[in-house]
Design a protein around this ligand. Structure first.
Ligand SMILES: *Cc1c(COP(=O)(O)O)cnc(C)c1O
Length: 495
């Protein structure tokens, strides 16, 4: 069955999967959504025998129906290889009554690697299929994590270049080291004298600059974006929920067919939306638990039906969830609006103009699949410490938010169904906050001494991603002013 993709904001002609991946965002500003969600057509018993790569194929080929079997298997093989530090790719471990789906075994030890390892291959394959001759230039502004994960994915992928801008004084020492030591002859890192918003706005201006677009095309280039609204990032994320389910059956946690809950630490609503799609494919999922940190816009939305970003932005120890506009939520809004693009557009325009919108009672009734709650900084730290004390398992702060919310869910509902918690980062990635939770007496150690201590406490070997930056050579040292960002891009591309 051919699956096409349409915009959430207009009734424009649907496009193929490969076209949607190349475009990223629809021209009308909407997000691409599949016209139908395909049914998973392999049995759980069969899935239990499959490798991660095989499960990924079973899920992805249904959504990316204009890719040939050979093309897709090729993309999967190149993405999920030795870059991951375990052949399981996304292992499931049981600790203290919950199953943790570890999504942090890739190149940058956080869950963005799951999608950004494969996106470059999907994109270059999509370019070939659509007879795009230009070289693809990925342009990204980052507050630390996404830029690094995107570079790790695109490094040395033929037919692509990637340019990442980051705020010179706006990222952690470890994050900066991770970026400036990035290998690959097609990777470019530029620090700017400004903040993340400055970087983001300038990148958006370059994307919309028609004159620049023409100059690029004349030199054989075109821009593309690797951000989390691309369906080429969403679809690969569905696969690991299916894989986790099969693993839980293999572990004897559940019988094939038993429903589980899925609990996800949420920011942009991409990861949990992938779980929602998995449920709609027929994977036996009961509740989708949406866990927020103190930036609890989503919690308020699930309780009241009003999405309101007008509030103070709180810096927390789970920075990848410090978000007031969860872009991927639009795909859910569109769906509960009955696929009505006009209605969805009105909500999104209200969000842009007034910073808020309120859904109807009928729409609210369709949110039954979800449960939303949040954890404070203290609750998160307490949960990390508690699980460490009981089991020796050390989780990161984002995962800690989800684990703390799971406790609230259980005590509020009495539901004791088996639950999988998406574990989205290695504790090493946010080591200082993690140490602060489990052994605060060491929280002031210098960066690498702190990591040594974490290694001792967690008994988890230091990941390659950390080892690499200890002695790696600095390869990128360009710093520019915000108004010189476009010049920097031109210089890199030689135009
Ligand atoms: C990006 C990120 C999240 C949030 O995921 P969304 O798909 O944006 O909801 C959670 N944890 C970590 C570590 C992340 O990097």
């Amino acid at each position: 069955m051919e699956i096409l993709y349409k915009s959430t904001r207009s009734n424009n002609q649907p496009v193929t999967a490969s076209q949607a991946i190349l475009q990223g965002l629809s021209e009308d500003g909407g997000l691409f959504v599949p016209t139908t969600i395909p049914r998973l057509d392999v049995s759980v018993e069969k899935l239990m025998e499959m490798s991660y790569q095989e499960v990924a194929y079973e899920v992805m080929h249904l959504f990316l129906s204009d890719f040939t079997e050979e093309e897709l298997k090729n993309c999967i093989a190149r993405a999920y290889d030795e870059k991951f530090d375990t052949p399981a790719i996304a292992p499931v471990v049981e600790k203290d009554g919950a199953c943790y789906l570890e999504l942090f075994h890739g190149a940058t030890i956080a869950f963005k690697d799951m999608a950004l390892s494969i996106l470059p291959h999907l994109m270059t394959t999509a370019a070939k299929k659509n007879h795009v001759k230009n070289e693809i230039v990925i342009l990204t502004a980052t507050s630390g994590d996404t830029g690094k994960a995107a570079m790790a994915g695109f490094a040395d992928v033929p037919g692509t270049k990637i340019i990442v801008f980051y705020p010179k004084n706006g990222v952690s020492t470890i994050q900066e080291l991770q970026m400036v030591t990035q290998k690959g002859n097609n990777t470019y890192v530029v620090a700017i004298n400004g903040n993340f918003d400055d970087a983001q706005s300038a990148v958006k201006r370059m994307f919309n600059d028609k004159k620049l677009e023409t100059e690029l095309a004349e030199a054989g280039y075109q821009f593309s974006s690797a951000n989390s609204i691309n369906i080429g990032r969403l679809v690969p994320q569905i696969a690991y929920y299916v894989y986790a389910y099969a693993q839980m059956c293999k572990m004897g946690e559940i019988e094939p067919g038993t429903k589980i809950n899925v609990d996800v630490p949420t920011g942009n609503f991409g990861n949990i939306l992938a779980a929602f799609y998995a449920k709609n494919m027929g994977l036996p999922i009961a509740k989708l638990i949406c866990a927020s940190n103190e930036n609890k816009v989503l919690y308020d939305f699930f309780r009241t039906g009003e999405y309101d970003r007008n509030r103070a932005f709180i810096l927390t120890s789970s920075p990848s969830m410090d978000i007031l506009i969860s872009s991927n939520l639009e795909r859910l809004i569109y769906r509960i609006a009955g696929g009505d693009a006009v209605k969805n557009r009105e909500f999104m325009e209200s969000l842009a103009k007034n910073g808020k919108y309120e859904i109807t009672e009928d729409m609210k009734a369709l949110l039954d699949d979800f449960y939303g709650n949040y954890a404070s900084e203290q609750e998160t730290a307490n949960k990390i410490a508690d699980v460490f004390k009981k089991t020796g398992y050390v989780m990161d702060t984002h995962t800690g938010v989800a684990a703390a919310v799971y406790d609230k869910y259980k005590s509020e509902t009495g539901d004791d169904r088996k639950t999988v918690i998406a574990s989205t980062a290695s504790p090493y990635k946010f080591g200082r906050s993690v140490i602060g939770a489990i052994a605060p007496e060491y929280a002031d150690l210098e960066d690498f001494a702190m990591i040594d201590k974490l290694c001792e406490l967690s008994k988890v070997p230091e990941p390659k991603a950390i080892q690499e930056i200890r002695n790696a050579q600095i390869r990128h040292n360009t710093v520019v002013d915000v108004d010189k960002m476009q010049d920097a891009v031109k210089k890199i591309l030689g135009i």
